[in-house]
Design a protein around this ligand. Structure first.
Ligand SMILES: Cc1cc2nc3c(=O)[nH]c(=O)nc-3n(C[C@H](O)[C@H](O)[C@H](O)COP(=O)(O)OP(=O)(O)OC[C@H]3O[C@@H](n4cnc5c(N)ncnc54)[C@H](O)[C@@H]3O)c2cc1C
Ligand code: HEM
Length: 408
């Protein structure tokens, strides 16, 4: 157990309300300072999240929540949060040497925003909070690098060749990838993701995003399935998904990290329920492929929600999977629940309105959810009401949303 020194605990408790109130201003200032001093870090941070403020919220939330935890104000489950951050950091190749840079600029930003309130004692107390958290993350990340066979001071990046591209729907495409050097294809747990780094503007800048592996673990290639994000209401199109759809062809090379991700989509045996919405189907597809190859008799229910049947990517693979998995049941929900071959139950994904009462529940079921946060919150709430214990419900957020989801 980590304990903050008594004097620091008092200084942190006294300044927590001010830091909370100015959390976003502090991290906004922090990024500005850090990128001015270290423009090379722009290549590893997500510029889409910067523009929408999501990453600012994630970092502010993490540091403040950890201070609340250390001073006994909140009882958030820190184990899963640390795992989430460490896996994400490892997939980005974050190094221990980058922590002092982030720490220096974060604490300087607190001083700039809060002014005279930050006495030397207060600064030292927040420094202690930062480093207690940083040390835990550094240790977890070191362990993850060892397991993934990434050498100390080595790079996480490896070149992969696009062996095949499949157009799944108007806006979704799959990429089959093989190591460019012809080497072995590491296996993974269904639910794990890779980071993909792409060069933009003729190599002037790089952007990195995560994509869940959506094919069968142990196959001779990896598969990712990517939704092209279109800008709505004046927002720009998604940078990396648009680049992958428009610029990346068969035989092109992509830089990929090893697989990381702490959430398993197959649980540890017994009945399994996979609930997904939209592009959140990717971990579920890896899970179904894996079970068909390794545990074909396992009872599995797939519940998937999408806007329309025609927009439901990889729907055509389900009948074949049902042949290979005799105990697989499939329930489909569509916002536009048209008649005919592509019909489904009526869903309203954005508002989180699917009827969780209709979801089939086997005794002792383990659940994996993946989709927009409101959708997952709606389904999770319904499953909890129906008696599924919280620890049996795992979920994956396709963005920096873990803390918000945890607080719900
Ligand atoms: C663990 C994990 C697994 C994932 N798995 C998958 C997967 O299997 N398949 C998949 O398709 N995706 C997956 N994702 C999501 C993926 O990583 C990307 O977030 C997604 O492809 C969008 O990236 P982008 O670069 O295209 O969009 P970005 O450029 O990052 O834009 C994201 C959003 O921000 C908006 N935006 C950007 N700039 C501004 C601005 N200035 N003002 C207002 N709005 C703005 C854009 O309009 C867009 O809606 C996963 C994410 C995570 C974290
Ligand atoms: C104690 C220190 C740190 C904390 C508390 C922290 C916290 C976080 C959190 C909460 C996320 C979002 C995770 C998610 O839900 O997906 C994140 C992502 C990230 N972190 Fe850290 N971090 C720390 C240090 C660092 C360092 C040293 C670097 C390296 C420069 C770094 C770079 C990143 C990047 C690039 C992302 C992904 C950004 C994105 O996708 O927008 N972090 N971090």
């Amino acid at each position: 157990m980590v304990v903050l020194s008594e004097s620091s605990a008092a200084a942190v408790a006294a300044t927590l309300p001010a830091v909370q109130a100015h959390g976003e201003a502090v991290t906004g200032r922090f990024y500005q300072r850090m990128f001015d001093a270290h423009p090379e870090l722009l290549n590893i941070f997500n510029q889409g999240n910067q523009a929408t403020g999501q990453q600012q919220a994630a970092l502010a939330a993490a540091v403040v929540a950890y201070a609340e935890h250390l001073t006994g104000v909140s009882g958030l489950p820190w184990g899963p949060i640390l795992d989430r951050i460490a896996h994400k950091h490892a997939s980005l190749g974050i190094t221990a040497t980058q922590y002092p840079i982030v720490g220096r600029h974060l604490l300087a930003a607190v001083g700039e925003v809060l002014g005279d309130a930050v006495t030397p004692e207060v600064a030292a107390a927040w420094d202690e909070v930062y480093w207690l958290l940083a040390c835990k993350l550094i240790a977890r990340e070191a362990r993850l690098y060892t397991i993934a066979d990434v050498a100390e001071d080595g790079s996480v990046w490896r070149d992969w060749r696009v062996a095949e591209r499949t157009r799944e729907t108007v806006d979704v495409g799959s990429f089959d990838l093989v190591p460019a050097d012809g080497g072995p294809v590491p296996t993974f747990t269904p639910g794990q993701y890779v980071s993909v780094a792409v060069d933009l503007d003729g190599g002037q800048r790089q952007q990195i995003r995560q994509y869940s592996l959506s094919g069968r673990p142990g196959a001779d290639h990896w598969r990712i399935t990517v939704k092209r994000v279109r800008g709505t209401a004046g927002a720009p199109d998604g940078i990396v998904s648009t680049h992958l759809h428009e610029q990346v062809a068969v035989d092109d090379t992509l830089r990929l990290s090893p697989p990381f991700g702490e959430v398993s989509a197959v649980g540890d045996g017994g009945p399994l329920l996979l609930v997904s919405a939209g592009i959140g189907l990717t971990p579920a597809m890896a899970a179904l492929e894996h079970l068909a190859a390794t545990e074909p008799e396992r009872p599995v229910a797939l519940v998937h929600a999408d806007r329309t049947g025609a927009g439901h990517a990889r729907r055509q693979e389900l009948p074949r999977l049902q042949q290979r998995l005799p105990n697989l049941s499939v329930q489909l929900w569509y916002e536009d629940a048209a008649d005919g071959e592509l019909a489904g139950l009526k869903a309203e994904i954005a508002e989180g309105r699917v009827d969780p009462e209709l979801i089939p529940l086997a005794p002792g079921v383990q659940v994996h959810l993946c989709g927009p946060v409101p959708f997952m919150a709606g389904v999770r709430g319904g499953l909890l009401r129906r008696g599924v214990p919280a620890e049996r419900i795992a979920y994956e957020v396709f963005g920096p949303g873990m803390l918000r989801a945890t607080r719900r």
